[in-house]
Design a binder for this molecule. Structure first.
Ligand code: KG4
Ligand code: ZN
Length: 342
């Protein structure tokens, strides 16, 4: 079996995966750093790099304990965008392994990984049978909120993106203000299940304007509402606050996904990926939307929604098939390249 080894260290998850050329995940390992960053209420870049340094090679060893280096066709690594110190650990490790083992190196754009994540498959997940290129991809994470038209691997057109905060950032900031800890998106989601989404009215930034997003107004509105409540009231109303805040974000995201298809009605498929796509309300609404709109939607499971190395290996697999390799001179970059997109 031929495999691509994927390494992902762009932010605060250290991840290693082996994926074959059909997108089948042979193994996907990841170590999150939540415990290291939680006392600071956010990711501390210096700490993130140190954690990657400690964890990456043991994870590579673990992944390779069930495979042989002779099966590895290439090493794919996230090279941008992300925290530069974190990216450096992955890129330098990938370069060293490529040199030592005589393997081709493939530098991957992290967002491309999220775009291609729905094409992964394992024993429990496969994309819907008729899911294929071209598709519209909504990428929602802690650092990104993008809508893409995906023609085929390496052909991605940005339809819209956030002008300020990412959706995940809004979730995390509001969750933190509510005392739900960090990162709070998943906890806010849990709390929201017991709350009334109509209890509070939050603004839906740029809802009716094009395909651009804006979440900074919502974030500020959320913090303002908390200022008007006593600690006791906040405690009592936390589920309602969470449900209402979450509803505002989901409304905007589904609305924009829907509008994206107005310009390309011929496209049949859609996907939502990135950490925020783990949100239960967003997933429920997405399935309902696809049903009503007559579209095929792929919603990868949580393990492929949040940062992982399988999606990087998948992107590497497509690059390998097209002969797109990187040289030993490749450098990490905090931002994506304009040439990454059409
Ligand atoms: O894709 P990801 O793992 O990392 C980035 O590239 O940012 O996304 C992490 C983001 C965080 O903001 C986290 O709070 C959010 O995804 N998240 C959620 C949920 N699970 C993770 N947001 C809302 N609801 C969830 N269930
Ligand atoms: Zn990500």
């Amino acid at each position: 079996m031929s495999l691509i080894l994927g390494l992902e260290t762009s932010c605060d998850d250290t991840a290693v995966a082996l994926v074959d050329h059909n997108g089948r995940v042979h193994c996907s390992l990841s170590a999150n750093q939540d415990l290291a960053h939680a006392p600071f209420g956010g990711v501390v870049p210096e700490l993130a790099s140190r954690c990657h340094t400690e964890t990456l090679i043991p994870l590579v060893d673990l992944a390779l304990s069930n495979a042989n280096w002779s099966q590895i066709d290439a090493i794919a690594v996230t090279a941008r965008p992300g925290l530069i110190g974190s990216l450096l650990v992955g890129v330098v490790t990938a370069k060293s392994l490529a040199l030592a083992k005589g393997k081709p190196l493939i530098a991957v754009n992290h967002i491309e990984g999220h775009i291609l994540a729905p094409l992964l498959r394992d024993e429990e997940y496969a994309p819907p049978e008729s899911f294929d290129f071209p598709y519209v991809a909504l990428i929602v994470s802690g650092g990104h909120t993008h809508l893409f038209k995906v023609y085929k691997p390496n052909r991605y057109e940005i339809l819209g993106q956030t002008r300020d905060d990412a959706a995940g950032e809004a979730f995390d900031k509001f969750a933190k203000a509510l005392g739900l800890g960090f990162p709070g998106g998943a906890r806010l989601d849990q709390m929201a299940r017991k709350g009334d989404p109509k209890a509070f009215k939050f603004p839906q930034g740029l809802k009716s304007e094009g395909l651009e997003f804006s979440f900074s107004g919502l974030k500020t509105a959320g913090l303002r509402v908390l200022e008007t409540l006593s600690s006791q009231e906040i405690l009592e109303k936390t589920p309602d606050l969470c449900a209402s805040f979450q509803a505002a974000i989901c409304d905007v995201l589904i609305n924009k996904l829907d509008r994206a298809f107005d310009d390309c009605p011929e496209i049949k498929c859609a996907t939502i990926s990135g950490g925020v796509s783990a949100n239960s309300e967003l997933r429920t609404r997405a399935v309902k939307w696809a049903d009503e709109r007559g579209k095929i939607i792929a919603l990868p499971p949580l393990r492929y929604c949040t940062d992982n190395a399988a999606m990087i290996a998948r992107a590497g697999g497509f690059a390998f098939q097209e002969g797109r390799f990187s040289s030993q001179e490749v450098s990490p970059s905090a931002s994506a390249y304009s040439s990454d997109y059409l």
